[in-house]
Design a protein. Structure first.
Length: 114
């Protein structure tokens, strides 16, 4: 039962986009030991040495940008805040400040420090 829950296949792309190979992924300690039972080659994945360090959250940023565009705010502010002579896109600066305050309310000075 547990073995079937771990049985997933992925396609590995070779050098040629048309050439693919399916493999079965298993955590190293749960990989099947019997040879020839699997219909796909088994790839053992060592999960214990894996660690998540300094994760970055992009889902909220993507969602905020998507909402910004769907609400028409990009087009609205692009017309009202044209770039200056140096090429500074004030509409994008406004979008960054608004989304930052939406995602992580606080001072805009914290955004500048990070």
């Amino acid at each position: 039962m547990q073995e079937s829950s771990w049985r997933k296949t992925v396609e590995l792309f070779g050098q040629d986009d048309d050439a693919t190979q399916q493999v079965a992924l298993f955590p190293d300690e749960l990989a099947p030991t019997s040879v020839g039972v699997e219909e796909f080659p088994v790839v053992r994945v060592r999960l214990s040495p894996m660690a998540l360090r300094r994760p970055r959250q992009w889902g909220a940023c993507w969602l905020g940008c998507e909402l910004w565009e769907q609400l028409g705010l990009g087009e609205f502010w692009r017309d009202k805040l044209p770039p200056n002579r140096g090429g500074t896109r004030w509409d994008q600066i406004l979008q960054t400040l608004v989304l930052y305050r939406l995602i992580d309310p606080g001072s805009e000075w914290r955004l500048h420090r990070h």
